[in-house]
Design a protein around this ligand. Sequence first.
Ligand code: BES
Ligand code: MN
Ligand code: ZN
Length: 497
Amino acid sequence: MDFELKTLSLAGAVSEKTDALVVLVPLAWKPGKGLLDGLIADAMKSGDLELKPGKLLKLWRAAGMAAPRVVLAGAGDGSAKQARQAVIAAVGSLKGGPAQRVTLCFGSGISAEVLRASVLAVAEASYVYTTTKSKPEGRKLSHVTLGVLSADGLQGAFDEAKATVDGIEFAKEWANRPGNHSTPTMLGEAAKSLAKGSKLIKCEVLGPKEVARLGMGSFISVAQGSEEELRFIVLRYDGAPARGKAAAAAPTLLVGKGITFDTGGISIKPAAEMDEMKFDMCGAASVLGVFRALAELKPAINVVGLIPSCENMPDGRSVKPGDVVTSMSGQTIENLNTDAEGRLILCDALTYAERFKPRAVVDIATLTGACVIALGAVRSGLFSNDDALAKGLQDAGEAALDPCWRMPLDEDYAESLKSNFADVANVGGRAGGAITAAKFLQRFAGKFPWAHLDIAGTAWKGGAAKGATGRPVGLLLTYLLAQQPPRLATRPAVRRK
Ligand code: BES
Ligand code: MN
Ligand code: ZN
């Protein structure tokens, strides 16, 4: 989908040639003199247009308007959050209809945050998955113009938003693909394709032999019940490499859980909704999505992506409840429930992370059903051993409308992970399940500032709207872009005489 930013007033929008004109009207809107201003003011007076976010008035061939379809959309308080709701309702109401070119304009001046939220919302409302349909009916919407009163100072936010959309859609694509169309091998190929498309990205994909040589006994134990070979994907984005005497900036690491299908293994899951466990690689997909966006934005930072990927299957060769395995860190782990596999593949990736001397490590995982119970689908769970890192991620989540909520890591929660036969067990009881999972991971993250995002509730939607959300690509990108060294202020060139 093409996005275009241009200067457009409501008076100018009257003659805008487009299939559909969407006008966002916030509560603070003041009518000007034009035809469209009059139309909006009349519709409000008659009570046909309400300005609550999500309220719409759709017009067909309104007199004097060049666009055949006009959608007036209440934008509430005009905040990024309510603008997002308005755009999703308005563009959603056009989905499946004939409109291919849409112009979205604003009744008043907007901030960079509102522009960003609007671009993301257009993409969200018009997204269609097609890869495994025999008669792919793709997205109709092909060109979207964002008309703003003044484009001054908005171009940067606009470019960032477009790259974020590409990252989110890359993540959604891989997350939505069924397990037989997104195997660990295929994820490895997807990562390699990102490196092909960018000089700043390098990719290495390790197979079973290399992973065995590294001593990743915990990761291997999860993969051993599957016919599909495991992959360990290492992505590097070097936007701030060593220059002259300046050493390369320490990288931020993203570690994504890449279970391409989670049956539960020998501790098998019930049949209902088990199909949704194809989404158990949403953490991995979000890492791929972030790299897709980095390739486009080229920020001056260094990022490493690590993706341990395999299936969790029941088989004669599967790891069994009670088995003890040795992780790459040397710690032994008693597997008391083979369905708690995410932490078993992540712990070895966290140990591997040490070699990059990271400034911070963030793992992203659809880790626990308990997190869905705790926080629902609104906020991702955030756990961290470092307050500054936690704050950075929390702030990024708020700014990106991709929020998270910090959860505790008191040592008392680790009690239930004690084992009589190994250094640690992979499960505690049912109580505080999202926290005990994080406590398990924390044991392997002692050597760097670390955060864990449990995205089990936020990464996909079930039911009729079943599909990946692309979260938390927005949060992660916003966090990473804030790590850029401040750009030197551009001063007007002063000529010395
Ligand atoms: N991938 C699941 C977590 C999950 C379950 C995410 C449901 C979203 C919806 C994970 O591997 C898992 O099965 N976790 C277990 C842990 C338990 C055995 C301690 C869970 O949450 O039930
Ligand atoms: Mn599981
Ligand atoms: Zn899982």
